[in-house]
Design a protein around this ligand. Structure first.
Ligand code: FMN
Length: 423
């Protein structure tokens, strides 16, 4: 961390008093927007190209409706489930996000919140906090890796995560290095030195609470990736790490198998969009897949993740754990995804907005908002547990699903297209 003068302990305030409970993820996002320097907020919004996929991720949930009962609901509902051998108190997991500079406690705060609410932490290999610090929170941690570096380096990173106590590996392989978005990308500095601080000062000075939080923690974010450090070496900068990734030849299916074997424990392939790829993931020995388009940050034009859930869950849901991520912002979204065949969802931006709004308490708040929304939907639907959810509880337009990677005769109406609303 770049050192800043420490503020007095007396300046510490109760975060709940200063920034109390929020009732929805949308409110958390509005607070995050006010609180974060504009480039940091823009880096979280992200998305690629014209934003077709990022828009569809959220909008697709609004195409699905519910058919609630009026009488006969269950007095208590069960939200717990199991994914990759881990017990979850609700079907929501923390998706790995490689973001720096949101909050000084970063992934440690997120992991503490995950542990407090009985769920699993996905830790990005681009994270700002070490796997050792994150596992020490007590949250069951799934360490996420991209296909980056040579095999020796990858094995060394896996061994470090295993030694730290990570309980599973997430291999995220859906990245095509798409550059450019129509609403512009924020500048990410290579290093936070005095020159950078002066250049970014106007953007940061208008966000005093963000600055205060970092100042009280002892400095500004250093934008390095500690989990990608060589043994005994310094953590690479974000751009050094990105360069290694960009210059690593893409993996084959036998590389996936190799990675799974090297890890030797629960293994998730994240970023699956097609039924044929899901079948290959089963063949490669994966324990789980996440149906995902990287939160709309990968290949623009990929359908919303929730549109791809049912065809994939129908094909492989009885063989491996199928989860999904992308666009989940409320408990009813979780219920829709689970009713379509996912065992659980992973959230990305939702917890990042909570983290930005109120640190660990904000992430707990987001998980509570989702928990409350799931419970309320189960009650309305007259369902006693998330395991009982099925298509009969939803109103789904015929053209909703997107079955990619199946022969035409198997594909439902609607084909592989993505509806668009952005101009
Ligand atoms: C700012 C940002 C950074 C991300 N970094 C990573 C990452 O390092 N590794 C990874 O597997 N996925 C990463 N993702 C994707 C998330 O894990 C997840 O797939 C996505 O955020 C889900 O969509 P949602 O944000 O709409 O919930 C990132 C997403 C965002 C928004």
């Amino acid at each position: 961390m770049t050192k800043l003068p420490r503020l007095s302990r007396a300046a510490l305030q109760n975060p709940w008093k200063q920034n109390p409970w929020f009732e929805s993820v949308a409110v958390a996002q509005a607070r995050a927007k006010k609180r974060l320097p504009a480039p940091v907020y823009a880096a979280l919004v992200a998305g690629s190209e014209r934003g077709q996929t990022i828009d569809d991720n959220e909008r697709a949930f609004t195409d699905i409706g519910f058919a609630p009962h009026v009488v006969g609901q269950h007095a208590s509902r069960t939200l717990s489930t199991t994914v990759m051998g881990q017990s979850l108190s609700l079907p929501v997991m923390i998706s790995p996000t490689g973001v720096q500079a949101v909050h000084p406690d970063g992934e440690v705060a997120v992991a503490r919140a995950a542990a407090a609410r009985g769920t699993v932490m996905g830790l990005s290999n681009f994270a700002s906090r070490s796997v050792e610090d994150v596992v020490a929170t007590g949250a069951p941690t799934l360490f996420q890796m991209y296909w980056t570096g040579n095999r020796d380096v990858m094995v060394q990173r896996m061994e470090r995560a295993r030694a730290a106590g990570a309980v599973g590996l997430i291999a995220t392989l859906d990245w095509s290095f798409s550059m450019g978005r129509d609403w512009g990308s924020p500048e990410i500095p290579e290093r936070v030195d005095l020159r950078t601080m002066l250049r970014f000062a106007p953007k940061v000075i208008s966000r005093p609470r963000w600055l205060r939080d970092f100042a009280m923690a002892g400095g500004l974010p250093d934008l390095t990736a500690p989990n990608l450090a060589a043994p005994g070496g310094d953590a690479p900068t974000f751009f050094e790490a990105y360069y290694e990734w960009m210059t690593t030849p893409p993996p084959t299916w036998s590389d996936v198998e190799w990675m799974r074997e090297q890890w030797g424990g629960p293994f998730m392939l994240k970023g699956v969009c097609r039924v044929d790829d899901a079948l290959r993931a089963v063949d490669a020995g994966a324990t789980a897949i996440s149906v995902s388009n990287h939160g709309g940050n990968n290949l623009d034009g990929t359908p919303a993740a929730v549109r791809m859930v049912k065809p994939i869950a129908d094909a492989v849901g009885d063989q491996i754990d199928v989860v999904m991520d992308g666009g989940v912002r409320r408990g009813s979204d979780v219920v829709k995804a689970v009713a379509l065949g996912a065992k659980a969802v992973m959230i990305g931006r939702a917890y990042l907005w909570g983290l930005a709004a109120n640190g660990q308490a904000g992430v707990e708040n987001v998980l509570d908002v989702l928990q409350g929304g799931i419970d309320s939907a189960l009650r309305g639907l007259g369902v006693g547990s998330v395991q009982e959810l099925g298509l009969e509880h939803l109103l789904v337009p015929e053209s909703f699903h997107r079955a990619l990677g199946v022969s035409d005769s198997m594909a439902p109406a609607g084909g592989a297209g993505v509806p668009s609303t952005r101009p």
